[in-house]
Design a protein around this ligand. Structure first.
Ligand code: TA6
Length: 307
């Protein structure tokens, strides 16, 4: 009954009749559902996790595993996990949660605004005892997802304390593809990367990226637009960004897929992560009272048929 009251209260405060509804989603987790003329979208309060974006002229753009956990102690497998305030494992604490605490924290709705045919859902978290268990900083993080002809994701972090701090951040986006083995990822030619499948050796990208085995790369010092060409689904996904200087490209391939309990053994050909981030040498330093806003902008277009 409690959740029903919470959902009814949230609909009263934030719902937009015929456009935005708050419902109980998978596992009973509270979800914002957007249905506008330009796009459909979904975003859970758990982790402020975007799990769906479907522009009106295209098929679903995001991948979510059929084996994902749906409970408030585990991250959702797929969509756009928000990794903050560190990426991968925490350097000084092996017991800390992978990719930070933000993706398993309960975010709060701040606002839902319709602008033309797009809808922007804003959620926030603030430092509290649970965050200070892992990270001493005083902060407020606001995450805005705009569901329209473009998907725009903005993570805005404010230093609300008296001390400077550093943090890493990643919008760990899982894109749905028709067949990973025919995908081409361009835009990173000549960019150095750390190859996490080869002891983080530094290498330089030559030409477009083809995925032919487990791929886990952190591209460094790059603000480049990345184009994901997926001939099997006849579409191109362009991922632009602002205030992000690293890009991660990941596909688990066969063995890693089998090793993940919340990921189907046969799902690796249907997805690729292209992550807008600031990690490693591009971690962000914030002085008191200042804020940093990282933005990812995703657009889908038809792939011109190759003659
Ligand atoms: O972004 C790629 C990566 O760091 C991979 O190394 C892999 O661990 C992936 O993230 C998924 O991490 P997760 O904690 O969500 O299983």
């Amino acid at each position: 009954m409690e959740q029903a009251i919470e959902i009814s209260e949230l609909n009263h405060r934030f719902g937009i009749p015929g456009i935005v509804k708050i419902v109980a989603g998978h596992g009973g987790l509270t979800k914002v559902e957007v249905t506008s003329s330009a796009a459909q979208g979904e975003m859970y309060l758990h982790g402020a996790h975007v799990t769906s974006w479907k522009p009106s002229e295209a098929e679903e753009v995001l991948f979510v595993s059929s084996q994902s956990h749906w409970n408030d102690s585990r991250p959702i497998r797929g969509g756009v996990p928000v990794c903050f305030p560190w990426f991968s494992n925490k350097a000084d604490d092996p017991n800390a949660p992978m990719h930070g605490f933000a993706r398993t924290k309960a975010w709060q709705l701040e606002s839902i605004v319709q602008t033309g045919d797009a809808v922007t859902v804003s959620m926030f978290i603030e430092s509290d005892d649970t965050t200070k268990k892992w990270w001493p900083a005083d902060f407020r993080a606001v995450y805005r997802a705009t569901f329209g002809p473009e998907l725009i994701l903005e993570l805005d972090v404010v230093n609300t304390g008296k001390m400077s701090f550093q943090f890493e951040e990643a919008l760990h986006t899982y894109f749905r593809v028709g067949n990973i083995e025919t995908v081409q990822v361009s835009g990173l030619d000549g960019v150095d990367y750390l190859d996490k499948t080869d002891e983080k050796r530094k290498k330089t990208q030559k030409g477009a990226i083809a995925i032919v085995s487990e791929t886990d790369r952190v591209y460094l010092n790059t603000g480049a637009v990345v184009d994901l060409e997926d001939p099997a689904s006849g579409r191109k996904i362009a991922i632009a960004k602002e205030n992000s200087m690293s890009t991660v490209v990941w596909n688990p391939w066969i063995q890693k897929a089998k090793a993940m309990s919340d990921f189907g053994d046969d799902e690796w050909p249907q997805m690729i992560c292209i992550e807008t981030c600031n990690v490693g040498n591009s971690e962000v330093e914030l002085t008191p009272g200042h804020h940093h806003q990282m933005k990812a902008l995703v657009r889908v277009s038809n792939l011109k048929p190759t003659v």
